[in-house]
Write a new protein. Structure first.
Length: 150
């Protein structure tokens, strides 16, 4: 019976510690929240893209990017960096949105480079290039948001 109590006690104390770490202000906690927000905003983007596809992929892409970027910026302000008291909504959208545009430009440039350097490359190669650049710019965006915006 004592082993059951010990196991329950460990679970009961582990939960609050894990929650405190996740909600903390360390770079690791903020990065975990940053990734979670990024995934959430990508889900919104995908839903809008699919929902608006009948208007054409260009319209669906622009609306999806705009809405998911605004959502991500606000979630980063409030939850990732706990900066709602320090940084206003407009400043967040202006500065973090600018960083998102730089990331979008780099991803587009990477895709163009793949087309120039490897003409006729498969969709998989193109996707890998865009994902690699997106991951790198995402990491740089995290550092810029953490150190400059928030």
């Amino acid at each position: 019976m004592s082993s059951r109590v010990d196991a329950r006690t460990r679970v009961d104390t582990c939960g609050p510690r894990l929650k405190a770490r996740f909600l903390g202000e360390s770079a690791t906690a903020q990065f975990v929240r940053f990734v979670f927000v990024g995934a959430s905003s990508n889900i919104l983007y995908a839903a809008l893209f699919v929902g608006l596809a009948s208007f054409g992929s260009f319209v669906a892409n622009i609306v999806g990017i705009a809405a998911s970027t605004v959502l991500a910026n606000e979630l980063h302000r409030r939850h990732t960096f706990h900066a709602a008291e320090r940084v206003g909504w407009f400043q967040t959208q202006w500065e973090a949105g600018g960083l998102a545009l730089v990331g979008l430009a780099l991803g587009t440039a990477a895709l163009a480079a793949v087309h120039v350097l490897f003409p006729g490359s498969s969709a998989l190669v193109q996707i890998i290039a865009v994902i690699a650049v997106s991951a790198a710019t995402g990491a740089l965006r995290f550092l810029a948001l953490r150190g400059w915006v928030f």
